[in-house]
Each structure stands twice: as structure tokens, then as C-alpha cells.
Design a protein around this ligand. Structure first.
Ligand SMILES: [Ca+2]
Ligand SMILES: [Ca+2]
Ligand SMILES: [Ca+2]
Ligand SMILES: [Ca+2]
Length: 267
């Protein structure tokens, strides 16, 4: 194993083995073939290892019923599946649009939860590279503009795989795992993601970053969040009692407007 961030990875796994680790996206999917579109519901609200055609792994108790996974396909991005040939990984995510090279997997937690990212693997398609290729970047973004993790000029194994293990797991309401392989030109599609290992944890109500971000899209405040607040407020839902004093009045509206005004550039 070609471990890039691996100095403490071993101890992190030992430490974490006694904790809830959650779900691992292995991209083991029945009935899909090379170049197949990555199914957008693979990874959504995982509660079991084998769910129809979708198969997962996990490294401890607990799954991720409050997290959805998405594979963006805007801006010409073509999220796709491949069987083997990317290093030693089998069943992988790749971005099939030659020359685009903007791979992205998005994990979004329900309101009151956060995604906990432990790590993932990457590899390069062995038959087109004679040495391990260097790509522009591997990056993990949260809601803020500041990356939670970034490696520029990352070297990716074409023989085995390159592991990104976070001894201190990355946490955010929404986590976007990205690679930028545009520097590879028409070989930009020859880089893979696999074995995305993540969990979820609930966030104490006083600690919720961007409290007003009730509704999808996460990390963005818009009229849907306002509408959700008004619904909670008028229904007497505790989420609308922002100052948590048990009553619903102008103080909650005022707190909402203040939170809303602060935006969501925070993790
Ligand atoms: Ca999904
Ligand atoms: Ca796999
Ligand atoms: Ca929102
Ligand atoms: Ca109140």
C-alpha cells in the first residue's frame, strides 16, 4: 500500500476500531459495466452491507442513515464506473470526460448531523502510465471556501493505490471529495476514487454551524431555508425555537435573521 498521509494511519485505525466507523463505499455494484453511469443513489442512507444491487463495507458498528452521497454531473463532469485496471483497486469511480478532470463525490448530512470522513483510496489506470502520474490536486472541501484537506501535485499509484487516511477525521455538514486531473489532458479520466470511508455524528444544537441552513442545498442559504424556518416556527417545531426558551416569538425570528445574515462559509 502506498500511503501518502499514512504516518499515523495505522494508529488511527486501531483507535477507531472501537468506535462507530460507519460506511465504506467500495463501488461494488451488481449489473453495472465499464463506462456505466455511477448510480446516484449508491451510498444514500446506508443501513446494511448488501442492499439490492449495492454492496458496502464497514469497519465497526453503525451505518450512515443520515447521509446522502451524490456524484455531480454538471459542467460536463461524467461520473462513471469501471471494473479493474486502476492500480489494484476493483470497482471504482472515475470521471469519464477526457480533458475535464474534475472528479467529485459529495457527502451531505441531514440537519443536525455532520459527515465524518476517515479516508479514501485513489489509483491510476496502469496500462496508460509508465510511472505514477502527478495530478493537479486532491482536495476535500466542507462548507467553507477553505479546504479541509488539500494536496497539490499529488502522485497517484498506477501499480497499487494511494491511501488518504485522516488520523484526525474531517468533519462538516457537507464534504466534497475532489480531484483535479486536468493536467493529464486526455488521460484525465485515468484516475480513480475508491473505498470512501465515512461515518456520521449528531451535532449538539448549540454547536450547529450555520444554524439557519435547514433545507437542501446544504451550505447555501436561500428562500428554502426561510420557508423551512417559517414552517418550524408556525408548527411549534423545536427547530424553530432558536433561542430555546420554549416559546415562539419575535426573538426567534430575530435570531433566525441574524444567523441567516451570517451566511454558511463555516465548518
Ligand atoms: Ca444520492
Ligand atoms: Ca472498489
Ligand atoms: Ca440550505
Ligand atoms: Ca424561542
Amino acid at each position: 500500500m502506498n500511503t501518502k498521509i499514512g504516518v499515523v494511519a495505522g494508529s488511527a485505525l486501531v483507535l477507531a476500531s472501537g468506535l462507530a466507523m460507519g460506511t465504506e463505499l467500495t463501488f461494488t455494484i451488481d449489473g453495472i459495466g465499464n463506462f456505466g453511469d455511477m448510480p446516484d443513489d449508491y451510498g444514500d442512507r446506508v443501513v446494511m452491507l448488501d442492499d439490492g444491487n449495492f454492496h458496502y463495507d464497514e469497519h465497526g458498528e453503525g451505518f450512515t442513515p443520515n447521509i446522502e452521497v451524490d456524484y455531480p454531473n454538471t459542467n460536463g463532469i461524467d461520473p462513471s464506473w469501471w471494473g479493474s485496471g486502476y492500480g489494484d483497486l476493483v470497482g471504482i469511480y472515475f470521471e469519464n470526460a477526457d480533458g475535464n478532470g474534475q472528479g467529485e463525490i459529495v457527502l451531505t448530512a441531514d440537519y443536525g448531523y455532520e459527515v465524518v470522513l476517515y479516508g479514501f483510496d485513489m489509483s491510476a489506470y496502469g496500462s496508460v502510465f509508465s510511472t505514477d502520474p502527478t495530478i493537479n490536486a486532491v482536495r476535500v472541501m466542507g462548507c467553507s471556501d477553505t479546504p479541509l484537506f488539500e494536496e497539490l501535485n499529488a502522485v497517484i499509484s498506477e501499480t497499487t493505490h494511494t491511501s488518504y487516511d485522516f488520523a484526525q477525521p474531517l468533519r462538516a455538514r457537507e464534504i466534497r471529495i475532489q480531484f483535479d486531473t486536468a493536467n493529464l489532458g486526455n488521460l484525465s479520466d485515468d484516475i480513480a476514487f475508491d473505498n470512501i470511508l465515512f461515518g456520521q455524528s449528531s451535532v449538539d444544537v448549540e454547536e450547529i454551524p450555520c444554524y439557519a441552513d435547514y433545507a437542501a442545498p446544504a451550505c447555501v442559504l436561500n428562500f428554502l431555508d426561510v420557508s423551512a424556518f417559517l414552517g418550524f416556527y408556525s408548527d411549534g417545531d423545536p427547530r424553530g425555537d432558536i433561542n430555546q426558551d420554549g416559546s415562539f416569538n419575535f426573538l426567534d425570528v430575530s435570531d433566525f435573521l441574524q444567523d441567516y445574515g451570517q451566511g454558511c462559509d463555516v465548518d
